[in-house]
Design a protein around this ligand. Sequence first.
Ligand code: CA
Length: 223
Amino acid sequence: MRILLVEDDPVLIDGLTYTLNQSGYDVTFAITGAYAESIMLAKDFDLIILDLGLPDMDGSKILSRLRMRNSSIPVLILTARDALFDKTENLKKGADDYMIKPFDLRELEIRVHALLRRSYGNYSKEIICGRLSIDILDHHVLADGKSLPLFSREYGVLESLMLQAGRVVSKDKIAQRLSAGSEELGDNAIEVYVHRLRKRIQPYGVRIRTLRGMGYLLEPYEG
Ligand code: CA
């Protein structure tokens, strides 16, 4: 899931990017409206988080123009202004939800999740590799169509690798995805999770290759 974060406050960019990365979202940020609009044309996103007070324009302009182009991408507005006027105006312009600063990062994450769920309806956001599939909204893993329960860290490793299937994912990247901000995860810990996960998924035509000094790569294989 790709999220475009249009925000000019560096502290918020850091906090939001970190929190959303932890949940497995891929975050691109833009600190000006002009950059946001150019990157929107070049790349596909699943959701936009949009601050209204941008250095070069009012964020609601971006929203209006987006809806004028008939884009139905979900937009979550961030605003420091708590005026009722803003809220109704922006919902009229086509915002799907809004949050007033300061807000709780955890709550934002829940709202993002809900918007994506609504936007994709009953269709799951599935990634498939071999006979394994994961739903990155529900964090649910299926192996040969049956539920494969994993511990949350094993799931985290699997998701990091599935999102980049066929490409090398560094240990650092996996550690970032797994550590909940409180503790640092050493290389050894990552190796343990990878080892356990490898054993769980190998029977389903998926293997994890170790590329010494580089990281891990997930790929389907005929077993
Ligand atoms: Ca701002």
